[in-house]
Design a protein around this ligand. Structure first.
Ligand code: HEM
Length: 476
């Protein structure tokens, strides 16, 4: 009886559901959970080699679409952008975004549209990015001085670069730096914890009825602990800003702008200000420092490329005039770093707002969508010698990183693409150009480039597993 009835029920169910993209066999209850692993982008890329650029996974009650080619990414992010412009509501992102009151994790709708519009016009505009140029320059020159003062000892670049991007973003957002020993360590450590938690697996997101397991494993408490530390930090920041006796810095910071907008916009409340601040600190500090560190690690492994970049920076007057976009080779080094070490390898998850057809497959409403931008940027069908660090490829071929060329989309594309891209790239270019202009770099005595650890740690932003320590000598 079961041989006869069950296949018919299954056929009827799949007819109702339509044709799903291919995917690996699902185990009872857990589905494909055992196949995603910690460094999810790498495992999904391997699976996609077998099942294709549109792959379907099921984990618990969550239906997941994995997109792994530039053509299918264009289909999702450009042709059908509207159908995929929402975000799933997940435990950690929901917590850190104050119930999705930020920009990054807010579902598609009036609230997200309004807040994103305000932020693009007021917080991330080209005008604002250039108006905070003096902050970038002061902080980078402090970094250069601190390196000069610690010579000839090896420099822990990972530590000082995180502190640099932390200081820049905090000054832009809050007019304040948290660079005093414990204070700084606390903020940077908390932000690291957020990156880990945002990339972590919570049972509740896939098996809602088993959400108690997140409490049993301590995941839920870890989330609450980190969140409450930020909560009191933001309360203090807002209080300081509304204090009538506060001595205002020369320039309005992001909290000032948001408090000002609050008077006329029903969308901007104290909660949304805190949620937007969380976006800015969490999205801006780790990503920019990760790019600078990966770039320096690749350059020290490839001395020919380091030398070529230094010659360009040292011989042209674009560096002193701060026309860094004119430094073509440096730009190519940044693009090549973004290609091989995408800071946010799976972008941020999207969610289908309604049923639609992609390449003949049915994608159901509420399907979670992961774009494997990391895999796409190493696809041998698009890139020659994809595993090699070769900035020259961008001189021969004009490819931008702003979401027009789907072979390389480190900032995503379409409605939900990164609004902080200009600020992030400006920080990365200035820091990298200055490190290369003022110093020559090599590995510590006794270490060969083959021994360098290039492994990644899991998290929403992918950093090097070990700190990058290098020896610098001043170039005069
Ligand atoms: C330079 C390094 C950066 C990288 C690689 C990066 C990457 C990304 C990516 C991949 C996304 C998701 C795009 C998508 O879903 O299509 C994103 C979204 C976002 N990023 Fe960035 N980002 C960077 C810097 C920044 C900075 C400096 C800020 C703010 C100060 C920022 C704020 C945001 C926000 C608010 C969103 C959410 C946009 C939305 O959902 O509407 N990012 N970023």
């Amino acid at each position: 009886l079961s041989l006869f009835i069950f296949p018919r029920i299954k056929r009827r169910q799949s007819k109702q559901r339509g044709i799903a993209p291919p995917g690996p066999r699902k185990l009872p209850l857990i589905g494909n959970l055992h196949q995603v692993g910690d460094l999810t982008h790498r495992n999904l890329w391997l699976l996609s080699q077998k099942y294709g650029p549109l792959m379907h996974l099921q984990i618990g009650h969550a239906s997941i679409l994995v997109v792994s080619s530039s053509d299918t990414a264009r289909e999702i992010l450009k042709v059908n952008d509207f159908y995929f412009c929402s975000r799933p509501k997940l435990t950690s992102s929901n917590k850190f975004s104050y119930g999705c009151k930020d920009i990054s994790f807010a579902p598609y709708g009036d609230y997200w549209r309004e807040v994103r519009k305000i932020c693009i016009l007021q917080l991330f505009s080209t005008k604002r990015v250039s108006s905070v140029q003096s902050i970038r320059e002061t902080e980078v020159s402090l970094l250069i001085d601190s390196i000069s003062n610690s010579l000839p000892l090896p420099i822990n670049l990972t530590k000082i670069v995180s502190s640099l991007t932390g200081s820049i973003i905090c000054r832009v957002a809050l007019s304040k730096k948290y660079d005093q020993g414990d204070q700084e360590d606390n903020l940077l450590a908390l932000l690291k914890e957020i990156e880990i938690l945002l990339g972590s697996f919570f049972i509740a997101d896939y098996f809602p009825s088993l959400s108690w397991i997140d409490k049993l494993t301590g995941q839920q408490q870890r989330l609450e602990r980190t969140f409450s530390k930020f909560e009191s930090f933001y309360d203090e920041v807002i209080e300081e800003h509304i204090d009538q006796n506060r001595t205002k810095p020369g320039q309005e910071d992001i909290v000032d702008v948001l408090l000002h907008l609050q008077k006329n916009s029903p969308y901007i409340t104290n909660t949304s200000i805190k949620a937007i601040l969380m976006d800015i600190l969490a999205a801006g500090i780790g990503t920019s420092s990760a790019i600078i560190i990966w770039a320096m690690a690749e350059l020290v492994r490839n001395s020919r490329i380091m030398q070529k970049a230094q010659e360009e920076i040292r011989s042209s007057d674009h560096f002193s005039k701060r026309n860094l976009h004119e430094l073509q080779y440096l730009n190519s080094v940044v693009k090549e770093t973004l290609r091989l070490h995408l800071p946010v390898p799976l972008l941020l998850p999207r969610e289908a707002i309604r049923h639609c057809k992609i390449s003949g497959y049915d994608i159901e409403q509420d399907t979670r969508v992961f774009i494997n931008a990391w895999g796409i940027a190493r696809d041998p069908k698009t890139w020659d010698n994809p595993e090699e660090f070769l900035p020259e490829r961008f001189i021969e071929k004009s490819i931008d990183i702003i979401g027009h060329n789907f072979e390389l989309i480190p900032f995503g594309s379409g409605r939900r693409s990164c609004p902080g891209m200009n600020l992030g790239v400006a920080i990365v270019e200035l820091a990298l150009a200055s490190l290369l202009y003022y110093f020559d770099w090599k590995l510590p005595e006794g270490m060969s480039k083959e021994e360098m650890d290039m492994d990644e740690v899991p998290g929403i932003t992918v950093h090097r597993r070990t700190a990058l320590c290098l020896v610098a000598s001043r170039y005069t």
